[in-house]
Design a protein around this ligand. Sequence first.
Ligand code: AMP
Length: 196
Amino acid sequence: MKRICVFCGSSPGSRPEYAEAARHLGVTLAENDIGLVYGGADVGMMGAIASSVIATGGSVTGIIPRQLADQKVAFTGLADLRIVDSMHQRKALMEALSDGFIALPGGLGTIEEFFEIWTWAQLNMHRKPCGLLNVCHYFDRLLAFLDHTVEEQFVEIDHRRMIIVEKDPLTLIERFRTYQPPVTDKAKWALKMNNS
Ligand code: AMP
């Protein structure tokens, strides 16, 4: 596991525990020699995690669309800041560079990024682990809704189980290391489409 992509809020949220959890994850990545890939901004949870990785001597790759970089939110002190043309290019590069994906608490951007990368896993477009760091129970109601999607038979239980949920960053990373992706009907179907 060389690099993990972290999706997280451009805001710090309402409680100090959120940014504290971002810093804790950053230190844990750096201490385990795992590089951070993230959205490249210097604000909110994003700034907190990037600063903590750098302060612990770890490596950070920021990927930011030009439009956001032009608004001066980019973390200009990063040794590896990549400016891309669109949100789509950013996500594709995040996926290509990373060996796993974690969402910390965040807003629409965080949720959208995490769900797209999980959707790609569901379709077997990558086989990398996806996890939520459930700080202060932030994701509890989302997880309850995901259980509902399974009960209503819109999501396969194996796809729901792909999401690794932990409160402690090191435990989450250890579960990433032993992750085995399921082979589901949808994945088989996607493979057939890819090969035809
Ligand atoms: P949000 O959760 O809505 O604050 O959005 C955060 C996520 O969307 C991050 O993981 C980023 O990849 C992206 N994003 C949103 N706002 C920004 C910003 N100002 N600068 C860089 N990336 C951002």
